[in-house]
Design a protein around this ligand. Structure first.
Ligand code: NAP
Length: 273
């Protein structure tokens, strides 16, 4: 294995049908990467690929991976399919997310919807791709989380928030979990690095969670793509606020929290196996 920067980088971007994810796929494709776009269904994925090709992407360097993250069986099947097709994966961008609905919603896997789509699916996917992500040194996992993680706590005894549900608290909890997961996304001795990033408040389908106006999705994507670039030095497990290294919520750095989160994720994923 060589530690030189590979020229044939392969990246997987989840939630690449719209917003920051699609723009990230576009930027990485422009840089010559082979881009695996993830979509929740074949139709939206096909449309996203078509738009990328229309924007100048080389169709031979695009692949599509489909999984509805509210169904963990689909996430596991997608991880297996991606691992078979791409035994070396240089970057995984965990970007897919949904706003927690007004009404408390539990998936068929028994998990609160935003916790599952925004965190648990990323956890299961990342674990399922450990092989390709450790096939050569220097791989990266970039968790697209949010500054809103600072307002959150993880309800350890009721992570589904069945007793007291608020959509913003559920979404924020999912973002905190994803931020913490950056500290445990790759094996310590893998030679890879995982980080999380707040892409900035951006004018996408999720804008209403944050405010009324924001940067363009392309501006947010540039902040994500910067962290995917081998030329950008990363601090393992760190949190970036747009382009600045920034302290995450103090709880996110506690080793005990990291261990508890991994245990919780294993339990939630295991109950759904
Ligand atoms: N926009 C902001 O101001 C802001 C601020 C901070 C952090 N973020 C983070 O940025 C990331 C990207 O969000 P965005 O703003 O670009 O919003 P977006 O345009 O709504 O993108 C979300 C992506 O996730 C996909 N997705 C939603 N539900 C899914 C499911 N059940 N299974 C699989 N994929 C699913 C969406 O697919 P479909 O659209 O095809 O359903 C879409 O591709 C998110 O992680 C978000 O938390 C955004």
């Amino acid at each position: 294995m060589s530690s030189a920067v590979p020229t044939d980088r392969t990246v997987l971007v989840t939630g690449a049908t719209s917003g920051i994810g699609w723009e990230t796929a576009r930027l990485l494709s422009e840089q010559g990467c082979t881009v695996v776009l993830h979509a929740p269904d074949a139709a939206s994925g096909g449309a996203a690929v078509e738009r990328l090709v229309a924007a100048g992407a080389d169709p031979k360097r695009l692949d599509l991976a489909v999984a509805d993250f509210s169904r963990l069986a689909e996430v596991r099947a997608m991880a297996a399919a991606v691992a078979a097709a791409h035994p070396v994966l240089d970057v995984l961008v965990n970007n897919a997310a949904v706003a927690a609905p007004e009404r408390h919603t539990i998936t068929e896997d028994g998990v609160e919807l935003s916790l599952q789509v925004n965190f648990l699916a990323a956890y299961v996917l990342t674990r399922g791709l450990t092989g390709p992500l450790t096939a050569r040194p220097g791989s990266r996992v970039v968790n697209v989380s949010s500054s809103m993680h600072r307002t959150a706590s993880i309800a350890w005894s009721d992570p589904n928030r069945s007793r007291r549900y608020s959509r913003l608290a559920a979404y924020a909890q999912s973002q905190l979990a994803l931020t913490v997961f950056a500290r445990a996304a790759l094996p310590a001795d893998s030679g890879g690095t995982a980080v999380s990033v707040h892409p900035g408040v951006c004018d996408t389908a999720l804008l209403s969670l944050y405010g009324h106006e924001g940067d363009s999705a392309a501006e947010g994507a540039a902040r994500v793509a910067r962290l995917c670039d081998p030329a950008t030095e990363l601090e393992p497990g760190a949190y970036y606020d747009r382009t600045a290294l920034s302290p995450a919520a103090p709880v996110a750095g506690e080793p005990r929290t990291v261990r508890r989160l991994v245990k919780l994720a294993e339990e939630l994923a295991g109950q759904a196996a």
